[in-house]
Each structure stands twice: as structure tokens, then as C-alpha cells.
Design a protein around this ligand. Structure first.
Ligand code: FES
Ligand code: FES
Length: 193
């Protein structure tokens, strides 16, 4: 079957999708978006977390066909998603992330330059040192960003609840909590979004 959906503001189409094919497989293997990680494929670890029409879901548990006509945000589009949110709901969507064609033409940025801006929650993870091997990080970033969007002043219990489906094999949970607290505090200082 053919699946038409929007990923990070960009209309996408996947052909010859098998009925049992997961959204995660389509994102990673067909659309060239490997940020969402494939670990358990059973909904246990959260490393594949993406937003589907705004809700965080395990992309490994969503059949690709269920994404038909819907909007997906992956970690690759998080910075643009945050930028649009900060600019207000009326901001027209812009394609975010990297197209497959662009990815094929990718070259390393010169030393000292950054290829793309980070979202506030990504920057907070960097500043708090909340990344070890990094395998869990994309899913945590998507989940944490959704939490702060929904609840700008989360308590520690709120943070633990929101991230309870995201496992970190390196067990760096304290710095992950620090990062989410930092991102929420910075969002509060920046004023209402
Ligand atoms: S790979 Fe989807 S929850 Fe683990
Ligand atoms: S940083 Fe290694 S799994 Fe979380």
C-alpha cells in the first residue's frame, strides 16, 4: 500500500508498504530518518518515541498505515517544532529535518560551526551532560519536549511519569532529570510560549 503523511512539516509518501510494517521502519529505512532508535521493537524502551498528531507514541508499535494523513514529528524535526511553537500557533509550517536527498549530499560542517540549531530541550541535555552512549536520547528528547509543551512547570513526579516509558541502559537518570528541570526553568524564564 501507499502511505501519505507529513513528517517534520514535509509531505512524505512511502510505496509498497507491507500491512505489518511499522512506522519506525518507514521512518528509518524508507525516509532516511535514523534519529528514532530501534531497540526492543516491543514498546518497552521508548527509544523510538515520536509525536503522532502531537501525542508521543512508540513508533515501533504503530503500523505505518495508521499514519496515513497524519503528522509525525521526529527528533530530527524537534528544533523546528520548538521554533514554531515559540513563534506562535499561526506560524506556517516549514519543512524541518533533512530530506533523503539532502542526507545523501551531506558533508561535515567546517570545524567550529554547527550544522543546525538545537531545540531548547536538546541544548539542556547538552548543558546538563545528560547523554552517555546516547541511544535513549532521541526518545527522551521527544518525550521531554512534549511534557514541557503540555506542562511548562513540571514537578519531579511529573517528569518521572512522563519519562517512565523511556529506558536508559546507561542509567544516567539523575542528569536526565536535571536536563528536563533545566529546560523547564529556561522556558519559564523565557516567558509564556
Ligand atoms: S524500539 Fe520502540 S519501544 Fe523500544
Ligand atoms: S545514554 Fe546510553 S542508553 Fe541512555
Amino acid at each position: 500500500m501507499r502511505v501519505n503523511f507529513t513528517v517534520n512539516g514535509r509531505p512524505q509518501q512511502a510505496d509498497d508498504v507491507w500491512e505489518g510494517e511499522s512506522l519506525l521502519y518507514v521512518l528509518r529505512e524508507r525516509l532516511g530518518l535514523p534519529g528514532s532508535k530501534n531497540a526492543c521493537e516491543q514498546g518497552e524502551c521508548g527509544s523510538c518515541t515520536v509525536r503522532l498528531d502531537g501525542l508521543p507514541v512508540c513508533a515501533c508499535l504503530v503500523a505505518a498505515g495508521q499514519a496515513e494523513g497524519r503528522e509525525v514529528v521526529t527528533v530530527e524535526g524537534l528544533a523546528e517544532h520548538a521554533r514554531r511553537r515559540a513563534a506562535g500557533a499561526g506560524t506556517p509550517p516549514e519543512p524541518a529535518g533533512t530530506s533523503l536527498d539532502e542526507a545523501r549530499r551531506w558533508t561535515a560542517a567546517p570545524d567550529g560551526t554547527r550544522a543546525a540549531a538545537l531545540s531548547p530541550v536538546q541544548q539542556a541535555f547538552v548543558d546538563a551532560g545528560a547523554v552517555q552512549c546516547g541511544f535513549c536520547t532521541p526518545g527522551l528528547l521527544v518525550a521531554a519536549d512534549e511534557l514541557i509543551e503540555r506542562n511548562p512547570e513540571p514537578s519531579d513526579a511529573d517528569i518521572r511519569e512522563a519519562l517512565s516509558g523511556n529506558l536508559c541502559r546507561c542509567t544516567g537518570y539523575e542528569t536526565i532529570l536535571d536536563a528536563v528541570r533545566l529546560a523547564a526553568a529556561r522556558a519559564g524564564e523565557a516567558g509564556p510560549r
